[in-house]
Every structure is written in C-alpha cells, then in structure tokens.
Design a protein around this ligand. Structure first.
Ligand code: AMP
Length: 384
C-alpha cells in the first residue's frame, strides 16, 4: 500500500464518513444496515430501480460501469466496496483513480474466473477438486478421460447457486452438456465424494491484521444453500487447516475486507476449496445473531480502516434460507431464539428472499427450536 492510500483510509474513522457499495441486493442491504451504527452513510449503485438495499442506503440506479454514476459515487464516498464478484473490472479501475476500492481488483479477477481461482489456490499449495480447462468438445472428451464420471461442467464466469453447471453421469450426457454450455469458456470438475461442506469466513485490514469466524457447516440442495450451522463441530486440526487456507488467500491477494471460502471435507479430513467469494456470504448470515461481530460489520470495519471485531460465537446458531416463498411470520416468531430477516424482495421460485436465524443456549435446545422452524420454512420453499 502506498503512503497516500494509508493516509486516505485512516481519516475515515474520525470523520462522518460514507461508504459506496456496488450492488444493492440483500448483501448490500445488510452491509448498509451495519454501516449506520458505525456512523457511516451508505450509497449503493445497481441497475435496479428499487433494489433490496435501497431502503437502507442512498441509491443510484445505473449500470455498474456507467461513468457518470461512478463519478457521482466517488464524489460522495470515502471508500467503495462491492457485494458481488461479477462487477466489471473496468468499473473498479475507473473508481480507483479517485477513491480506495476494497477488496480490490485482484480479488475480483481471481474470483471471477473459476479456472484462475483454482490456479490461485493450487499456487498456495491448497487442494481443490480435480479439474481441467474446457474450451472445445475435444477438451471435454479429454477431461472426461482424465477425471471420470460423474463430471461437472461449469462456466468459468457468472455461475452462482448451481447455475451455469451441467452434471454428466456418463459419456451419454456429454453432448447435452456441451450443447447447453459449449458457447462459454468452461472448467470440468471431477466429482468430490465429500463428507460434508464447510465454509470459512475471514477478514483482513489494510495493515494485514486478520480474524477468522468459526467454521459453518452448510447444506445445499440443487446447488443452492439451504441451511448453515455454526460453529460447526470440528477438530482443532480441521479448524487450523481452514484458518491456514483462508489466511494464505487473504495474504496472497493483499486483501482488505471479508473473504468467504467454501470447502469440501473429504472423509479422511482433507479440505478442498470449492470456491471463494470476495465478499460477505450467505453461509455467514448466522453471524448477525450468532457472533460477537457480524460478517457485515466486520467487512465495514475492515474497509473503513477500523480494527476488526471479536469473531467469537455467542451461542450455537442455525441459519435457514427462505427461498421462493416466506413462511408465516407469526408462527416463526413464536419460536424462542428465532430471528427473521425479510429482504423485502419479490418471491420467485429459486430466489433467496430472506433467512431465519435460530439461536439457543446449547445444541439440544437449538435442535428443538430448529425442529419447529424448519417445517414452516420447508412448506413455503420453492427451489424452482
Ligand atoms: P458451486 O456453484 O460450484 O458452489 O456448486 C454448488 C454445489 O454443487 C456445491 O455446494 C456442491 O454441493 C455441489 N458440487 C459442486 N461441485 C462439486 C464437485 N466437484 N463434486 C461434488 N459436488 C459438487
């Protein structure tokens, strides 16, 4: 970091500062809501007219790389961050001439391409799923020969929630997968017969201070996150391994802010990185009620140049996503320890429109409470 940059960021905590957020979905909304108690005003940019975050931030409705909108934003804020990884790098570069942007361009470049991301983790000595680059039908055959079946074909860019993916159970599926995705630049992954999915979320400040949240154990259905439980039951060795992976990535990217890494744990305990997100993450929503500091506050602290907050868990916590429909609020709120998060988004099949966090003093009590909330969530869930 240059001297100029460190001076610029260090002025923010004492001033009535403002923070810009590219993207105004639920993540931007929860970031903006966490900025306010720290005395920071939030401004969002997003092509949508009335996105979820607009109720908590001053909103500029424009394309992410619209020069006029970026100029307006940079005049109003002290620092800019982003809530999702598919922001055009050019947008960040325009902003960087005038204002700090965290986590920064490198994090976006690495996370924006599954192949580049895998190469990055391999360069750190971190395991990933076996994989091959696929840019032609011939490459796909070669990948199938090398990786076997099941094989998962994924777009390098713009994939999320299992979208942009085709599963091939045998050679007979390759043609269909190619017809569906062949126009994109792709990677093929070998199937990982994991025992469970975990995520590690960590943060880093401009001067290199880091802090890790407890591990979360995640349950997916049809490629979409359904539930997270934290702290995950895990050995000290597993926790240390996950922390090392996250710290290596944070340092390797000279990262500022919250970084989220999804992991597969093999039956022998090996952790492999599935993917990373240069932002707060759905599997960290539990931290709002379940940790001393939420992931959203932590991100704001890091990018605004404050100290990082305590990441200790305050109680066993479970997060349940509400997808495609929202359960009966009264019934949910009758359950002690249940907390509603309605993103105030229009319900559509497969769309995450809220989540519910349940907290309790011990795991038995948590299971009992979740046992009452889960059926309410499942009745209204529509994965599309
Ligand atoms: P992704 O969008 O890459 O995170 O994939 C969504 C979900 O699909 C993951 O959370 C896993 O449950 C599953 N999945 C993705 N890739 C693999 C793989 N190589 N082996 C086994 N399961 C996978």
């Amino acid at each position: 970091m240059t001297e100029f940059e460190s001076e610029r960021i260090s002025t923010l905590p004492d001033a009535t500062g403002s923070i810009g957020i590219l993207g105004a979905g639920q993540l931007g909304r929860m970031l903006a809501a966490s900025a306010a108690p720290l005395g920071l005003n939030a401004f969002t940019v997003d092509p949508k007219d009335a996105p979820s975050a607009a109720r908590h931030a001053e909103h500029i409705s424009a394309a992410f790389d619209a020069p006029e909108a970026l100029r307006q934003l940079s005049e109003r804020v002290d620092v800019v961050t982003y809530e999702f990884e598919n922001i055009p790098v050019g947008a960040l570069e325009q902003l960087l001439d005038v204002v700090d942007v965290f986590p920064g361009v490198r994090a976006l470049e690495v996370s924006g391409d599954r192949g580049v991301e895998k190469e990055f983790f391999e360069s750190l000595g971190v395991d990933v799923a076996p994989w091959r680059s696929v840019d032609s039908r011939r490459d796909l055959n070669a990948a199938a020969d090398a990786l076997g079946f099941p094989l998962i074909l994924k777009t390098r860019q713009m994939g999320y929630d299992g979208k942009g993916q085709a599963w091939c159970d045998g050679p007979e599926d390759l043609d269909d997968a190619w017809d569906e995705l062949g126009e994109w630049s792709l990677v093929a992954e070998g199937f990982v017969d994991f025992e469970r999915e975990l995520s590690i979320i960590g943060a880093r400040t401009p001067d290199g201070q880091t802090a890790m949240f407890p591990l979360a154990e995640n349950l997916h259905k049809d490629g979409i996150l359904i539930e997270s439980e934290a702290p995950a039951e895990a050995s000290a060795e597993t926790i240390e391994r996950a922390h090392t992976i996250c710290r290596k990535a944070l340092d390797g990217l000279d990262y500022v802010g919250v970084l989220s890494i999804e992991l597969f744990q093999d039956p022998d305990g090996t952790l492999r990185v599935n993917e990373m997100a240069p932002r707060v993450h759905n599997s960290g929503h539990w931290t709002i009620e379940g940790s001393e500091t939420s992931q959203f506050e932590q991100h704001i602290r890091a990018v605004a140049g404050f100290s990082l907050g305590d990441t200790a868990s305050v109680a066993p916590t479970q997060m349940l996503n509400t997808i495609g429909g929202f359960p009966d609020r009264r019934a949910v709120l009758e359950v002690p320890g249940a907390h509603l998060h309605d993103y105030q988004k229009e319900a559509r099949p497969g769309r995450k429109i809220g989540h519910i966090t349940v907290r309790a003093g011990d795991r038995d009590a948590l299971n009992e409470r979740v046992g009452r909330v889960r059926p309410l969530v499942e009745q209204t869930r529509d994965l599309g």
